[in-house]
Design a protein around this ligand. Structure first.
Ligand code: NDP
Length: 287
């Protein structure tokens, strides 16, 4: 009887001791958002602008970045700038961090969110594509983290890594993408342990997202995935909240993801079966 009771008391203490999120937490903070020309990254830039952050955003498409910067300034960003280039090249990833040092004079939050384009279909055996996607979706995250460490140590800052359910559980039709997302979990969860051992005051938040209604995700999968997508605006806010509160992981949407992860650990075959039922294979064949 005592053990469950102690568990309940501990859980109650843990939740009541948790700090609440306040938008002021981001006021004046210096933040990099990658992949911010569209989708969830763009929405994160708008939320942060409304909270009064200094923003440095990046992606490849200059024209789109200019529009996002203009909107951020309208929304109240303390400052907003952009750097354009491709994260396929780790030198560009390092360059973005250097720009933050020069333009912002330091860094409080590094939000790693971009992804290179991939296909939504059965694995086609193209090893070169897997390698290229690892460069963009994984190695550039590592390179930016390494370059940003001195600034983040100085500020006691945060690294926010946007991942996916496909980085925790096996999903069909996203084999190369899934590999890059699992790699992020391995790298950042291991690095978090080393930070704890070395008393490095940098938080790492891994964000596990389900299907979100961004244009690119809808175009790739809306007619095949039977699960309804969640809104990108709310998703972006939950990621920022999790980063600001220095949470270990963010789950969006919470109940679905937590339940799936519970099933993964206790009934993996059942979860695999349930996942396979969530696809319209006739529509996949038409693609
Ligand atoms: P989008 O496709 O909408 O945005 C991707 C961003 O990355 C764009 O700004 C794009 O801009 C940029 N990008 C693409 N290629 C490169 C490149 N080579 N170098 C630099 N930047 C690049 O993606 P979402 O908003 O849908 O996804 C954002 C994050 O959320 C990703 O990490 C994704 O894995 C995760 N996620 C999304 C889900 C969803 O259903 N939407 C589900 C689970 C996770 P540009 O083309 O101008 O370079």
């Amino acid at each position: 009887i005592l053990i469950p009771f102690a568990g309940l008391v501990l859980a109650f203490w843990f939740y009541s001791a948790r700090e609440d999120f306040k938008p002021e937490m981001l006021k004046g903070k210096r933040v990099i958002v990658t992949g911010a020309s569209s989708g969830i990254g763009e929405q994160m830039a708008y939320h942060l602008a409304q909270m009064g952050s200094h923003l440095l955003i990046t992606a490849r498409t200059e024209a789109k970045l200019q529009k996002v910067v203009a909107r951020c300034l309208e929304l109240g960003a303390a400052s907003a700038r952009h750097v354009s280039g491709s994260m396929e090249d780790t030198a560009f990833a390092e360059h973005v961090v250097k720009e933050a040092e020069e333009l912002l004079g330091g860094l409080d939050m590094l939000i790693l969110n971009h992804i290179g384009s991939s296909y939504f279909h059965y694995f086609n055996g193209d090893v070169g594509h897997v390698r290229k996607l690892l460069e963009t979706n994984f190695l550039s995250y590592v390179a930016m983290t390494v370059s940003a460490l001195p600034m983040l140590k100085e500020s006691g800052g945060s690294i926010v890594v946007v991942s996916s359910m496909a980085g925790k559980v096996g999903f069909p039709f996203t084999v190369p993408y899934s590999a890059t997302k699992f790699a992020l979990d391995g790298f950042f969860s291991s690095l978090r342990q080393e930070f704890a051992l070395q008393n490095t005051n940098i938080s790492i938040t891994l964000c596990i997202l389900g299907f979100i209604n961004t244009d690119s995700a809808m175009k790739a999968a809306a007619d095949v995935v039977l699960i309804p997508p969640a809104p990108k605006e709310e998703c972006a806010l939950e990621i920022i909240k999790g980063g600001a509160l220095r949470q270990r992981e963010v789950y969006y949407t919470y109940a679905t993801i937590k339940f799936s992860l519970l099933l993964r650990d206790w009934a993996a075959d059942l979860l695999d079966y349930l996942i396979r039922r969530e696809y319209n294979l006739e529509n996949l064949e038409k693609k």
